[in-house]
Design a protein around this ligand. Structure first.
Ligand code: GLT
Ligand code: MN
Ligand code: MN
Length: 391
């Protein structure tokens, strides 16, 4: 193995405790691997060159633990992180495992369930901040329904808004420097989940009282399940200044949430995503964590888990190198060179009655333009040849 692709903390790779710690349980079968101790996970991630580890409250502190147990566990974990040079940039709440959340957390019809969700989230926020987290993710796994008649979708949306507004104020009141990142998913474990895509989330965020504190956490698998272009979703979030976190993994279209090793399916989309995040075509680079929300195949033992983790990071770095080479390729530069037409560009940038009149009177040869080949076949083939190592 070439050292060129060995990860370092500067690469900002992070994993969830729940990702490398996934014991391979699925709806049809029990765990196939032992549960790993969070402190051992952190030590191993440090050895592998990761930057950080992210967690749900209950990935570290078991549900219902006493305050004394909580403090003992957290302090041991903090020491393991410090000794391994591992940061905790993101934290989140498990609002999906306990039966109390079977019909939603913030969207549940029962106000007592909603109060419990707020209570648990405030405690999770305190824990995250104590560990140094700057981003707090909300994945509403149970915020959905199979029985549409049980709740008006508008009530669900209003309840989530109420919860987000409440929690933003809580964060401000505590003086925490914490941002929220909302993660969409179309379905699973619910028949339908509210806010099924990153686009839905982006609109919702603009309706919040402290919308500047809230952005999105798009996940490759979730957008791909819905048959959408992940690159377009992330691009829209970046353009809006709302990409606050990202969940990297891989997925076949239309299947259950597969959460495969980054790049394992559709390496071309993975390449285009890395190109976007790294800004190799000259656009602004994503400076946050490259977080892998994925897990090893159920065929693997613990050694296979670390093969999986190495694989995620290595594939990312290989694709980054390929994206740099692609964008430095003179033929690519020529093919995607910006078309400039100073006479026309100025008319398009903003409305004025004069610009409208001048655009109306332009003589544009639609047939000639329509007959012109754009050479995107050539561009895409060059991309494939970079990707396949033939260029
Ligand atoms: C869960 C889910 C992920 C979310 C995690 C954060 S938990 O594993 O499948 O997509 O990002 O809550
Ligand atoms: Mn995720
Ligand atoms: Mn997923």
């Amino acid at each position: 193995m070439s050292d060129l692709y060995a990860p370092t903390p500067e690469d900002r790779f992070t994993f969830g405790l729940w990702t490398v710690g996934n014991p391979g349980r699925d709806p049809f079968g029990a765990a196939v691997r032992p549960s790993l101790d969070p402190c051992d996970i952190v030590r191993k991630l440090g050895e592998l060159g990761a930057y950080g580890v992210n967690l749900h409250d209950n990935d570290l502190v078991p549900f219902g633990a006493s305050l004394a147990d909580r403090d003992r566990i957290v302090s041991g974990f903090r020491s393991a992180c410090e000794e391994s040079g591992i940061k905790v940039p993101m934290a989140t709440t498990n609002l999906f495992s306990h039966p109390i959340f079977k019909d939603g957390a913030f969207t549940a019809n029962d106000p007592e369930v909603r109060a419990f969700a707020l209570q648990k989230t405030m405690q999770g926020i305190d824990l995250g901040v104590e560990l140094g987290a700057e981003t707090y993710v909300f994945w509403g796994g149970r915020e959905g329904t199979e029985v549409e008649a049980c709740r008006d979708p508008r009530s669900a949306i209003q309840r989530i808004r109420e919860a987000m507004n409440f929690l933003c104020e809580y964060v401000r009141d505590q003086g925490y420097a914490l941002k929220f990142a909302l993660e969409a998913k179309p379905n699973e474990p619910r028949g339908d989940i509210y806010f099924p895509t990153t686009g839905h989330m982006l609109h919702f965020i603009e309706t919040l009282e402290n919308s500047e504190m809230v952005g999105v956490n798009p996940e490759v698998a979730h957008e791909t399940m819905a048959g959408l272009s992940f690159v377009h979703g992330v691009g829209q979030a970046m353009e809006a200044g709302k990409l606050f976190h990202i969940d990297l993994n891989s997925q076949k279209i239309g299947r259950y949430d597969q959460d495969f090793r980054f790049g394992a399916e559709d390496p071309k989309q993975a390449f285009l995503l890395v190109r976007l995040l790294e800004g190799t075509s000259g656009t602004p680079r994503w400076e946050g964590s490259r977080h892998f929300d994925a897990h090893a195949y159920r065929t693997e033992d613990v050694d296979g888990v670390w093969d999986f983790a190495r694989g995620c990071m290595r594939t990312y770095k290989i694709l980054k190198e390929k994206a740099q080479a692609f964008d430095a390729d003179p033929e690519v530069r020529e093919l995607i060179a910006d078309m400039k037409n100073p006479d026309i560009d100025g008319l398009l940038s903003s409305y004025s009655a004069d610009n409208a009149q001048r655009i109306k009177s332009l003589e544009i040869d639609a047939d000639a333009i329509g007959a012109r080949g754009l050479r995107w076949e050539r561009l895409d083939q060059i991309l494939m040849e970079h990707l396949l190592g033939a260029r």
